[in-house]
Write a protein that binds this ligand. Structure first.
Ligand SMILES: CC(C)(COP(=O)(O)OP(=O)(O)OC[C@H]1O[C@@H](n2cnc3c(N)ncnc32)[C@H](O)[C@@H]1OP(=O)(O)O)[C@@H](O)C(=O)NCCC(=O)NCCS
Length: 188
């Protein structure tokens, strides 16, 4: 059942499949990591643009681990789906697998999460449709995305620059600054 202003995860699910040809390889004969990243960005864009019905930009990419090398001749499939939506942002989960067409062996090579932001004609972030969570997987991915977002926000708070006022304090003093507990003994 369609709901005004809401879309299902399924409505924008996207798979991009590409044959790994020799020109995609690096000096070691394996597929270039940068090419895989570029394909991940592409599939994230398509999935986000489908959900948002329009232009989106990449705001951030979570850690991408290259779990297995990809060989020339393999078929790379990148499966993308909306995991989470905020007001203007959409988190796309991407799973990448590589298939050896001779042996049919399939490897899981990468998983990552791309945050895309929908942009209006005024070049400002614009609101995106809400997300209808239908399956257990939809709910699990949504909850995990929320946890990652919270963790990121916490890390960003901790990383706020700390002004080097510590030289002004006498030995053994301590204080809270920008949410960080500082204790110094510089003059002792
Ligand atoms: C991404 C961008 C539009 C955010 O602009 P902004 O002025 O910070 O806008 P806002 O503060 O309104 O944030 C908009 C949304 O982006 C999210 N966002 C912004 N920066 C983010 C980041 N680094 N990681 C994850 N989400 C981010 C915000 O949480 C917000 O989400 P919400 O509306 O769902 O709550 C801006 O930083 C930008 O244009 N960056 C360049 C993007 C780019 O060139 N990408 C590569 C080519 S596509």
């Amino acid at each position: 059942m369609a709901m005004e202003g809401y879309k299902t995860v399924k409505a924008s699910q996207t798979t991009l499949t590409e044959l790994m040809i020799p020109s995609y390889s690096n000096f070691g004969g394996k597929i270039h990591g940068g090419l895989i990243l570029s394909l991940m960005d592409k599939v994230a864009y398509v999935c986000a643009a489908k959900h948002a019905d329009g232009y989106c930009i990449t705001a951030s990419i979570d850690v991408v681990n290259f779990l297995e090398p990809v060989e020339v001749g393999e078929l790379l499939s990148l499966m993308a789906s909306v995991n989470y939506v905020g007001r203007t942002s959409i988190v796309i989960g991407i799973r990448v697998i590589s298939e050896n067409l001779k042996t049919q062996v399939i490897k899981h090579t990468n998983t990552s999460y791309f945050t895309m932001v929908a942009m209006g004609d005024d070049h400002k972030p614009r609101e995106v449709p809400g997300l209808i969570l239908k399956s257990q997987d939809d709910i699990r991915r949504f909850a995990q995305a929320m946890k990652r977002k919270k963790r990121k926000q916490l890390l960003q708070k901790k990383k706020r620059p700390c002004t080097p006022v510590l030289m002004m304090y006498p030995a053994g003093k301590s204080c809270w600054r920008n949410g960080v507990y500082l204790k110094y003994n510089l003059f002792s």
